[in-house]
Write a protein that binds this ligand. Structure first.
Ligand code: AMP
Length: 618
C-alpha cells in the first residue's frame, strides 16, 4: 500500500511553486482535491492517527481507556459515539475556565455558537486556532472548482452580503460567537492578500459592522455602485440573500439618493463604515436614475440581472431546508444558476460541490478527507407521512459497530454524519442526514438530506418536533379558561412572505357559545414563540429573519379530511398519525381551504444578546 501523502493544505502541496500564477494556483487546488480523494482511505487513517497521537493524554480519551493507541480498531472499540448532551459537562468546564487538556491538547481558542440548540440555547463548540487554517483551505478550493465551469470570474467582483453577529464571553473568559463571525474577524479574512477571487464589492468594514442595518445598507450601496463589475452575487444561505432583496425593496430610494449625490445617509453613523464607503463612492446621477427606474417598475421579476447585468450566478446554499427559497430566487433572477458551493458546520468544515452548476436538487458535496475523521451511521428513515427518524438518541453496542468509514459507504444509502475533529470532538453526531450520490475517486459525494428531527426552519433556526409539541402545549393552556381545547395541530414554514414565518394550523373544540376573543389567540402565538429556542427568538428579534408566528384556526373535521387524504395516498389507517409539519402543496392547500380565522403574534418574544451561560457580551 502506498504511503499516505502528508497533505494538510494546498500551499504545502506545492506542484507549481509558491508564487504561482492564478492558473497555477487553480491547478494546485484541483490537484489537491484529486490527490486527497484518490487516497481518501490512507488520508483518513492518517488524520485519525494524528488527532489521537496529539491528544493521547487528554482527560476524555484517557477516561475511555484509549491507553495511547492511535489505531482505528481500538478507537472504535473504546470511544463511544456521542451527542452534544453527552459532552455538556466537559464543555461547561472549559467554559468556566478549566484550561487543562480535557478534550484537546491544544488550547481552546474560542467557542463557536452553533445554530443547533441544547436546552433552548445555542450549542457551544470548542475550537482551536489551527482550525481557521482548515476552514481557509476549504474556502481556497471553491473558486478553482468554479473557474472550471465559469471562466473569467477573476475579471470582476463578487457582491457577497456577509454579516457578523453578536459575541459573548463565557465565565472563564472564552469568546463565544458564530463560526462565520470568527472567520470574518480573523486575519485569514481581514488581511487576505489581493486575490481576484476574494475581491468583493463590500469593504471589510461594512461586513464587520455590528449594526445589521448599517452593514446591510452600506454593502448594498457598494454593490449597487459597482454594479457592472459584479460577476456573481451571494450570501451564505438563500434566506439571507432574499432578506437583502427585501431590504433593497424598502430602501432603494435612499440608496439612489446616496449614489446620485456621492454622499452617505446620516443613518450610517459607524465612522469606519463611512470612511470605507466614502473611499469608493462618487456622485453618479446616471447610475442613480438607472437603479431608480428599475426598482420603480411594478414587477421585481429578474431584478438581480437588471441591476447587476453581468451576474453569472447566485452563490447561496439552497440545499436542505433552504430549498424552499428556490422559486423566490428564480423569480428575482429570471432563473440564474443557483450555486451551492460548500457544506460546513461549527463543528468542522466538511466539503465542497465539485459540480457547482448542477441543479439544486442534484447538488452533492464531496467530503474532503483532510478536514476531520468521518464515520457514518446508517439510517433508515420511516417512509411515513411525517418523515421522522427511527433511530434512538444513544446507540447500543451493536449500533456502535454499524458505523462505516468514509470509503465504505454505499451508493444510495442514507447516513448520519459522525466526526472526530482536531479540536477535540470524538465520534460526535453532527445531526445531519446525508445520502451517497456518487464518488469522486475514493471519496463519496453526498446529497444533504435533512437535519435530523427538524420540522420547521426559516433561516438558521431549527425547530424539532419535541420543541414544537411543548410550545404548542404551553400555548394551548391559554384556551382552558374559555372551556376550549386544542384537538389537533400541524405546522408549516411559510416562505411566501418575506421574511418567512411559522404557521400553525389548529383545530379546537369549544364548549361555550361565547366566542374566544382574538387577543387570546394572539397570546397563544406569543406563548409559542416565547417557548422556542434562542436561535428562533434571535431570528425574530435581532436578525428580523423570521416574521411573526401565525395561528390559523381550521374548521372542525379538517384533520379527519387530512387523514382521508393520506389514506387515499396509501398511508395505513392503523399507523396514521397527524403530521406535525406539512410541506406537500396539496395538503397545505387542503388546510388553507378550511381556515376560519387567523391570528399573528402581536409582538416579538423575549431575547437578549449573548449566551445564557456566558456572562458578558462584548
Ligand atoms: P452551524 O453549526 O450553525 O453553522 O450549522 C451547521 C449546519 O447547517 C449543518 O450541520 C447543516 O445542518 C447546515 N448546513 C451547512 N451547510 C449546508 C449545506 N450546504 N446544505 C444544507 N445544509 C447545510
Amino acid at each position: 500500500m502506498p504511503e499516505a501523502p502528508k497533505i494538510n493544505n494546498v500551499s504545502e502541496y506545492d506542484c507549481c511553486g509558491s508564487n504561482s500564477s492564478l492558473d497555477g494556483k487553480n491547478k494546485k487546488a484541483l490537484q489537491f482535491i484529486e490527490d486527497v480523494t484518490s487516497n481518501a482511505d490512507e488520508v483518513q487513517r492518517r488524520v485519525l492517527a494524528e488527532i489521537l497521537s496529539r491528544n493521547v493524554h487528554v482527560e476524555y480519551l484517557q477516561r475511555h481507556g484509549l491507553n495511547g493507541c492511535t489505531d482505528q480498531e481500538t478507537f472504535k472499540k473504546v470511544v463511544p459515539v456521542v451527542t452534544y448532551e453527552d459532552l455538556k459537562p466537559e464543555i461547561d468546564r472549559i467554559g468556566n475556565g478549566d484550561a487543562s487538556p480535557i478534550l484537546c491538547s491544544q488550547p481552546i481558542s474560542e467557542f463557536l455558537t452553533s445554530s443547533g440548540t441544547s436546552g433552548g440555547e445555542r450549542k457551544l463548540m470548542p475550537t482551536i486556532e489551527e482550525e481557521l487554517e482548515r476552514r481557509s483551505l476549504l474556502y481556497s478550493l471553491l473558486m478553482p472548482v468554479m473557474n472550471q465551469c465559469v471562466p473569467g470570474l477573476d475579471k470582476g467582483k463578487g457582491m457577497y452580503l456577509l454579516f457578523i453577529k453578536s459575541e459573548a464571553k463565557t465565565p472563564g473568559g472564552l469568546v463565544a460567537r458564530p463560526v462565520l463571525t470568527s472567520y470574518y474577524k480573523s486575519s485569514h479574512f481581514m488581511d487576505r492578500p489581493y486575490d481576484p477571487y476574494t475581491n468583493y464589492t463590500s469593504p471589510n468594514e461594512t461586513i464587520l459592522c455590528p449594526d445589521s442595518y448599517q452593514s446591510m445598507y452600506s454593502q448594498l450601496l457598494c454593490g449597487l455602485y459597482q454594479n457592472t463589475q459584479v460577476l456573481r452575487v451571494g450570501a451564505v444561505f438563500a434566506s439571507g440573500f432574499i432578506r437583502a432583496l427585501k431590504f433593497l425593496e424598502k430602501n432603494w430610494l435612499l440608496l439612489c439618493n446616496d449614489i446620485r449625490s456621492g454622499t452617505l445617509d446620516p443613518k450610517i453613523t459607524d465612522s469606519s463604515v463611512r470612511e470605507a464607503v466614502m473611499k469608493i463612492l462618487e456622485p453618479n446621477p446616471r447610475l442613480a436614475d438607472f437603479i431608480e427606474a428599475e426598482c420603480g417598475k411594478d414587477s421585481w421579476s429578474g431584478i438581480i440581472i437588471r441591476l447587476w447585468p453581468n451576474t453569472k450566478y447566485i452563490d447561496v446554499i439552497v440545499t436542505g431546508t433552504m430549498s424552499q427559497y428556490i422559486p423566490t430566487l428564480d423569480y428575482y433572477s429570471n432563473g440564474l444558476p443557483l450555486v451551492c458551493t460548500m457544506y460546513a458546520s461549527s463543528e468542522c468544515y466538511f466539503g465542497l460541490n465539485l459540480n457547482p452548476l448542477c441543479k439544486p436538487s442534484e447538488v452533492s458535496y464531496t467530503l474532503i478527507p483532510t478536514m476531520c475523521y468521518y464515520e457514518f451511521l446508517p439510517v433508515n428513515r420511516n417512509s411515513g407521512f411525517n418523515e421522522s427518524f427511527s433511530k434512538p438518541v444513544s446507540l447500543d453496542d451493536k449500533e456502535n459497530q454499524d458505523l462505516v468509514d468514509l470509503v465504505d459507504v454505499k451508493l444510495g444509502q442514507e447516513y448520519e454524519l459522525v466526526v472526530t475533529t482536531y479540536a477535540g470532538l470524538y465520534r460526535y453526531r453532527v445531526g445531519d442526514i446525508l445520502r451517497v450520490a456518487g464518488f469522486k475517486n475514493k471519496a463519496p459525494q453526498f446529497n444533504f438530506v435533512c437535519r435530523k428531527n427538524v420540522v420547521l426552519s426559516i433561516d438558521s433556526d431549527k425547530t424539532d418536533e419535541v420543541e414544537l409539541q411543548n410550545a404548542v402545549k404551553n400555548a394551548a393552556n391559554n384556551l382552558l379558561s374559555f372551556d376550549a381545547s386544542l384537538t389537533e395541530y400541524t405546522s408549516y414554514a411559510d416562505t411566501s412572505t418575506i421574511p418567512g414565518h411559522y404557521v400553525l394550523y389548529w383545530e379546537i373544540s369549544v364548549s361555550r357559545a361565547t366566542p374566544i376573543p382574538p387577543s387570546v389567540f394572539e397570546d397563544c402565538c406569543l406563548t409559542v414563540e416565547e417557548s422556542f429556542n434562542s436561535v428562533y427568538r434571535q431570528g425574530r428579534v435581532s436578525d428580523k429573519s423570521i416574521g411573526p408566528l401565525e395561528i390559523k384556526i381550521v374548521e372542525s373535521g379538517t384533520f379527519d379530511k387530512l387523514m382521508d387524504y393520506a389514506v387515499g395516498q396509501g398511508a395505513s389507517i392503523n399507523q396514521y398519525k397527524a403530521p406535525r409539519c406539512v410541506k406537500y402543496a396539496p395538503i397545505v392547500e387542503l388546510l388553507n381551504s378550511k381556515v376560519v380565522a387567523n391570528y399573528f403574534s402581536p409582538k416579538c418574544p423575549k431575547w437578549a444578546p449573548g449566551h445564557k451561560q456566558c456572562l458578558a457580551e462584548d
